[in-house]
Design a protein around this ligand. Structure first.
Ligand SMILES: Cc1cc2nc3c(=O)[nH]c(=O)nc-3n(C[C@H](O)[C@H](O)[C@H](O)COP(=O)(O)O)c2cc1C
Length: 273
């Protein structure tokens, strides 16, 4: 199941219906975003649904509390380290019903010492131990798929980034090369095979990071996606890569796997509805 967050009062885009994308508003799942939890004088929560269970892709969440992705930079040699494992396990023990990991490398080119590798079998043991540590606390473990594209988080320019179009990153002024059309299907396949590996290791799902100006965000925005092939242009074109990715993830991981998408709600150029 894919859950697409929308503002109250907005209607879902027709693409959501045709691609079985469930759209929710904060109030529909009992959460008022960016407001402090308010316990009334009678001891009743202003968020009565917060502690209610929820089913996602056939998986049970004991409440509606999700711990978002936080990069720890704590791993070495592209393997799950003890710090990451303890960090995630203690958040699960603390009560979160679902936890999104820091980005995990799901394609060979993403390999980075501080991120766990899931694009090959080199750290199956570490990934299994991470899943066991979190899932045994009744917390669903979600791996984050983050493709940085033209963006760069560290100081300095990136010399190997790719983008939907060859437009500079406005923070680092890195100039990406344009991702070739022929590279898209193999890339999606590599992500999907990695997701299937994570599922075999005990993960409950995957989150596609499509905010923060990273690659999947760049595919959606008309400012960063100026392609004139079928992966650019109108909304249908700009969502094509993500829709193909979601289909591939479903195909590789089945229906009993949570597939989430984190999109930038503040980006009004997206008009996703
Ligand atoms: C130290 C730190 C590391 C983060 N790393 C990631 C990350 O790797 N991936 C990601 O999507 N968001 C990352 N975030 C963003 C958080 O997940 C979250 O969206 C942000 O803190 C805003 O939270 P809020 O909506 O509760 O205010 C990070 C935030 C912080 C403070």
């Amino acid at each position: 199941m894919l859950v697409w967050w929308r503002d109250s009062g907005e209607t879902a885009h027709p693409l959501c219906e045709s691609h079985h994308i469930v759209t929710v508003t904060p109030s529909e799942i009992g959460i008022r975003a960016a407001e402090p939890v308010n316990i009334t004088s009678r001891g009743q929560s202003a968020y009565p649904s917060m502690l209610q269970p929820l089913a996602l892709a056939g998986k049970r969440l004991r409440n509606r509390i999700v711990h978002l992705s936080m990069t720890t930079f704590s791993n070495r040699d592209a393997k799950v380290g003890t710090t990451l494992l303890n960090y995630c396990a203690s958040r699960a023990r603390g009560g979160a019903a679902m936890l999104v990991t820091e980005p995990i490398s799901m394609a060979r080119h993403q390999h980075l010492g501080t991120r766990a590798d899931a694009w090959n079998d080199s750290d199956l043991d570490g990934l299994r131990r991470l899943a066991e540590a979190v899932e045994s606390e009744d917390c669903r473990l979600i791996a984050q798929l983050l493709e940085r594209g033209r963006a760069r988080n560290q100081p300095g320019r990136s010399f190997d980034g790719f983008g939907m179009s060859a437009l500079p990153d406005d923070l680092s002024w890195s100039m990406p090369r344009t991702l070739l059309r022929s590279e898209i299907a193999p890339l999606i396949d590599e992500y999907a095979q990695s997701a299937a590996r994570l599922k075999r290791c005990g993960f409950s799902g995957i989150e596609i990071s499509a905010g923060h100006g990273h690659f999947f965000h760049q595919t959606l925005s008309p400012w960063s996606n100026r392609r004139d092939d079928e992966y650019g242009g109108d909304l249908e074109g700009r969502t094509r890569l993500l829709r193909e990715l979601i289909e591939a993830l479903r195909g590789a991981c089945g229906q009993d796997f949570i597939v989430g998408l984190c999109a930038g709600r503040a980006d009004r150029t997206l008009s996703l509805g």
